[in-house]
Design a protein around this ligand. Structure first.
Ligand SMILES: [Zn+2]
Length: 416
């Protein structure tokens, strides 16, 4: 049985591991849980009882009879707990409330953080969170916490965070400020890791299915889900694929290297080429300045989807670089499943999917052994917000809690 996940009986995370098996199975019997986990029927009975007592799992009816006794089936009780995820983007903030089944039960979109001072914006975020709770009529004690997804490296407290758009947000302690305003635990992670996590939950992907999520916003990030948990690397900064060198003679990058994927394929690079194309800026109403980055990029992407040949060429050029980088990622990591997420793929995602599929089908070293599935992420723009909510839920719901807690900034007390 290929999907058996052996769970040691001494593991402190046994309970959450069983809860995760219930979640990823949809409905499942105690006998199946015993088979999947390798635990004894007695242990499963005891753990399931404690999960039912805490309302996290419910009995939902009966499965097929197995020679006499009917098997009662178990399911996650979605309404047991809730979490909020916030995706911090310069052009919009997305708030998503999910239940423990990974279902989105509420959503609010508001203007992005733009150029405003974090100390002002954080007050607005706290207000908007209160609005969300009130509108959904969720008791505060049922909310396990708030997850925040944002771009950039997480270098830990006191360290300078490097990013192209370095501003006050880079050194601002979002987590601490928000925690003190809303009196709920707050955790944060980068948007690519959150998007992978969101895909994992919303897509009901079993922990045995590893995959990567390529996130595109102003730059690129690669989130890796390995064994049902976000892979983090030595300092929680895994997946900086935007600084993979795809042209050793390419333009200088702000990171110190040159020919990085970001410099050749990210929205800013595409816009720069569009501005140099005679007449195109006028035709599409492009501004070319940094404050208009998202609007300009979206205009180019939409024109490409409409078939404007100049824009198709610009996006396809970017997509070829992205495909080359992803081909290297596939070869390095032996991936067989890739999702694309983030605002950068909102309009012209299909062009990128096509380019990556083409590259890996023709060129991946493992092409004769297995295919590579390349798809747009299910929840579209909301993946990273959903993943941020999941980050907050993880402490209640998934195994690997300790590893996650050590690397994700902040602690969420487990309210179970
Ligand atoms: Zn770079």
């Amino acid at each position: 049985m290929s999907n058996v996940r052996r769970i040691g009986p001494s593991s402190e995370n046994t309970r959450s591991a069983i809860l995760d098996l219930v979640r990823s199975s949809g409905t499942v019997s105690r006998i199946e849980l015993a088979e999947m986990s390798g635990l004894t029927a007695t242990s499963i009975t005891r753990i399931v009882k404690s999960l039912i007592d805490d309302r996290l799992v419910i009995e939902t009816g009966f499965g097929d009879s197995t020679g006499g006794k009917r098997r009662s089936l178990l399911e996650i009780n979605p309404q047991a707990r809730y979490a909020v995820g916030i995706s911090l983007e310069d052009t919009r903030l997305t708030y998503v409330v999910t239940d423990v089944g990974g279902n989105v039960v509420g959503q609010l979109v508001s203007p992005g953080i733009g150029q405003s001072a974090p100390s002002t914006e954080i007050l607005r975020i706290a207000d908007e969170l209160q609005q969300v709770f009130q509108q959904l009529d969720i008791p505060t004690e049922d909310i396990v916490g708030v997850g925040v997804a944002g771009a950039g490296l997480d270098l830990g407290a006191g360290a300078e965070r490097l990013s192209l758009t370095a501003d006050e947000w880079d050194s601002f302690a979002v987590q601490e400020a928000l925690e003190s305003l809303i009196s709920l635990p707050v955790v944060r992670d980068n948007d690519a890791a959150c998007a992978a996590l969101g895909q994992f939950w919303v897509g009901r992907i079993p922990a045995t299915q590893d995959f990567a999520t390529l996130y595109m916003s102003r730059g690129f990030g690669l989130g890796l889900m390995i064994g049902g948990s976000v892979n983090r690397g030595a300092s929680s900064n895994i997946g900086e694929i935007g600084h993979m060198v795809v042209d050793i003679d390419g333009p200088d990058c702000w990171c110190g290297s040159n020919g990085c994927l970001e410099m050749l394929a990210a929205p800013r690079a595409i816009i720069a080429r569009a501005m140099a194309e005679p007449g195109l800026a006028d035709d599409l109403g492009l501004g070319g300045d940094d404050g208009r980055l998202r609007a300009d990029y979206d205009a180019i992407a939409r024109a490409a989807v409409r078939g404007d040949e100049r824009c198709v060429a610009l996006i396809e050029r970017s997509a070829r670089y992205v495909a080359a980088a992803m081909l290297s990622a596939v070869n390095l990591l032996d991936l067989d499943r890739i999702y694309l997420a983030g605002p950068g793929f909102a309009d012209a995602g299909a062009i990128y999917v096509r380019a990556i599929r083409d590259a890996v089908t023709r060129l991946a070293r493992t092409r004769t052994i297995h295919g590579v599935t390349v798809e747009l992420s299910d929840p579209g723009l909301e993946t990273s917000a959903v993943g941020a909510a999941t980050l907050a839920l993880q402490h209640v719901l998934t195994p690997h809690t300790r590893a996650e807690r050590a690397s994700a900034r902040g602690e969420i007390p487990v309210r179970v």
